[in-house]
Design a protein around this ligand. Sequence first.
Ligand code: AMP
Length: 546
Amino acid sequence: MLGLMQDHNLLISSIITHAARHHGDAEVVSKTVEGDVHRMNYVELERRSRRLARALIRMGIKAGDRVATLAWNSGRHLELYYGVSGMQAICHTINPRLAPADIGYIVNHAQDVVLFADTTFAPLVAAVAPAIRGTVRAVVFMTEPAHMPDIVLPEGMDLLCYEELMAASDEDYSWPDFDERTAASLCYTSGTTGKPKGVLYSHRSTLLHAYGVNLPDVMGLRTVDKALPVVPMFHVNAWGIPYAAPMAGAGLVMPGRHLDGASLTHLMNSEGVTFSAGVPTVWMGLLNYLKSSGERLTSVNRMVIGGSACPRILMEEFGDNYGIRIDHAWGMSELSPLGTYNAPKAKHADLDRESRLRLAEKQGRAVFGVDMRIVDDEGKVLAWDGKVSGHLQVKGPWVTSGYYGSEAGSALDAEGWFATGDVATIDPDGYMEITDRSKDVIKSGGEWISSIQLENIAVGHPDVMEAAIIAARHEKWDERPLLIVVPRKDHQVDRASLLAFYEGKIAKWWTPDDVVVVDELPHTATGKIQKLALRDTYRDHLLPKE
Ligand code: AMP
């Protein structure tokens, strides 16, 4: 017997309709590319998204078409999120930090028909345009007529202005109803190995993920919050915050292009931001700014850190000196991105400071909607003892089933598990801790050493700004950890003092064999350290010199 409850498709348009109806006066504030601050509320956002949907239809965009964006976090980008997917097309967010050749590859692979871009990216658009002329019919710059960039596009590719399109359109549009499994947005993974692959999110997966994000032991946004996503809307839908905030009635503050410590501090304080989320590098920059300027964050009470392991120093400094709670989260593009979130259980209330910090360093417990397990090289399921590490696998309704252009289910094993490529432990309370990416694992004498743990300790040293551990080849042990560090401004790194810093914190045999000091580390387009490039350069560092 079937239940007798109403059957509604879980559609993205329902989020913005709800926000406009029930939280109409909550604001969306954007720092524009031109430098001023733009304000609108959810009523206006919903109206403008409908106006945009109408404009897209007039441009000949149809259900299922891919509409690309090259844009910072802004109100207009939000209108595209809702307008494009709401009219049943697919919002394809592209990472502008990628090389033009990669962007060309991605646009052609996705067969995007239109590209919406911030004016900042006019030179990038000009560089990519010849390669994408076969698929992209028009480039729309997300600005007013007065700020249109002066560029020439290849023949057959129209140059359009966003606000002109909007002015010529109208709001006489109702959001259509359709199958909730319809594709809503597309994001290509950074592709550290091989070509980038497209993750195709559906309306259903996006809505369920937004509910997951809003659970109380997860980001749990509330009507009283003002959320500032530092995580870019061009990477995994800014961790779902553009959906979770209006769903909860929380306001949104969009930082635009300036993500340095000073810009973030001033925007957060002037707009009364309570909540923010980003990768460790951004928070390190913010912390350094606060320390050197003596300024404080007057309204922020919690920040989420994910995308890379959260160094302990960030939790200590923000927690002890600024009264800000740091939540550690783990996820990936293929998980929309949320997989685990770290919140303490009741039994942890009386933990001493050291044990509390140690727990917070873990990536957290599975959010309802995601199941996880660890397996060994042969696929045998491993124990949750917090010690043995294995390949982390996940399943759930917001986990990828197959990449764009391939069959559903093609990214899964026979039992429906998705291999994350991460290596992790899980403790008896269900707290997962990433020890490595599978390909970054260091195998010394047949035993695994966690590069993440070693990196975290190194960045806790007062002279170290950033650290990477790579597996360097070794005559006796096959591989040994090599530490590569960038010193803090005006500091010198002393090899012996840095290596001594590991004493008592790890098993002695984990201590790196050597330290290399560099001016900067190479980063991927999503801000992760490019271990592959480092390994290419320093792989033989520990071998005897010829
Ligand atoms: P991406 O799909 O580009 O977002 O990258 C996902 C990968 O980032 C994961 O598979 C992890 O290797 C890494 N990652 C994300 N969050 C964390 C975290 N909190 N700690 C350690 N690694 C993380």
